[in-house]
Design a protein. Structure first.
Length: 92
């Protein structure tokens, strides 16, 4: 007999500023970032690499919940390096 073990990474729930908790939505995050990147000359591969880094960081944290402000800061740190204009758009 062989036993195969795998690690199951779950993404944290998001604690909104109102205190409400909701399931993390990658689609919602993508929508906000794509809106900030609208009409910016950023390669799609760079955007996908940014999303992969964010998702990996969230999984590695191993926390069950994350405040929305902290999640926003994570995204803004990555956007600041990718495109300063998109960073400002996302922050506002």
């Amino acid at each position: 007999m062989t036993t195969i073990e795998t690690v199951c990474h779950t993404l944290p729930r998001v604690i909104k500023q109102t205190g409400e908790r909701e399931t993390f939505s990658e689609e919602k995050l993508r929508t906000g970032v794509i809106r900030a990147l609208d009409k910016r000359a950023v390669a799609a591969d760079d955007v996908e690499a940014m999303f992969a880094a964010i998702m990996s960081e969230l999984s590695r944290m191993g926390e069950r919940e994350i405040p929305s402000a902290r999640l926003g800061d994570m995204v803004m740190d990555k956007l600041k390096l990718l495109d300063p204009v998109a960073y400002v758009r996302f922050a506002s």
